[in-house]
Design a protein around this ligand. Sequence first.
Ligand code: HEM
Ligand code: HEM
Length: 289
Amino acid sequence: MQTSILAFRGRRYLWAALALTAMCITAYWLDDPQEPPNGGTLLGYSLGTLGALMIAWLTWFGVRKRKYKSGSGTVQGWLSAHVYLGLSLLIIVALHTGFQFGSNVHTLAFVLMTAVIASGLFGVFIYMRYPERLSENRGGASRFELLDQLEDIDRRSRRVAAKLPEPFQDIVTSGVQRTELGTTLWQRLRNQDRSQVQLPDASATVSNKGQEAAMDWLAEQQSRADAESAATIAELSALLRNKRKLLRQIREDLRLQAGLEIWLYVHVPLTAALLMALLAHIVTVFLYW
Ligand code: HEM
Ligand code: HEM
């Protein structure tokens, strides 16, 4: 899907953006404003208005992508145009300013716009790499199927533990209840295993990262047990090993999914900041110019 955004319909929006940029560069080159080029000349106003309209349209994408039914093209087409026209803004607005920058609200708007564009580029990079890694990591299964497998392992562990004394049942129940997959987006992104377990001989819960504490405890019990119990404990350990592998897979899935979302937490607030700075820019030039 992601390469097709960039290559959408023979890269028509790349060509459109290049044509628009070339037209603006030509106009800038031909223009002879009798003063140093700046945002206040006729061409400066025109390019500024074009830039502001484009920014408004790019922001509208947030609304457009949530409307499934619309007569105005596919979301994919819009995104392709969003990416290429968004990039062309850098040149169009730089021409608008006549390359005059200072420490003022006008330049703040420009800096914010550049930051929005940079975060957008980063997003495209993520969209090109992560979906493939997501499906590779899932190995053909969906997230729900992975979670189903996890539940199945927990169920089977409980069944096997039921054949053993109570401490085994307790450790399995506690391990299941205290397995953590990461609640916040940030925790998922950092891929930290904060699982805990209550060991039968300990007073408080301990870290069960990688199911290690539970597996160590089982190994210790196995070394002391008679042959029949040892075989059942080994069965339980094998289930926990499978659980560990599955948990790793699910955590990686959540981490990649979080990566797909997190950059938007930069792109969207920066867009809001840009709109405010732009409004301030336009109001101040009309009031004080
Ligand atoms: C309706 C749209 C716009 C209008 C009417 C407008 C108007 C102007 C005017 C009159 C100037 C000359 C003031 C000066 O040279 O200091 C200017 C400069 C400038 N504009 Fe705009 N502008 C618009 C859109 C934009 C956009 C979209 C951006 C960037 C996001 C932008 C960034 C700048 C910058 C950085 C300068 C140069 C400031 C400086 O000289 O220090 N403008 N604009
Ligand atoms: C000043 C320019 C830009 C503005 C104001 C802007 C604004 C926005 C907004 C408001 C959204 C919708 C986000 C949402 O509601 O979830 C969006 C999405 C997006 N933008 Fe931009 N953007 C700009 C430039 C760019 C550029 C240059 C790129 C890439 C090079 C880009 C890449 C993306 C992508 C990939 C999405 C889709 C996110 C999704 O639907 O999952 N943007 N942008």
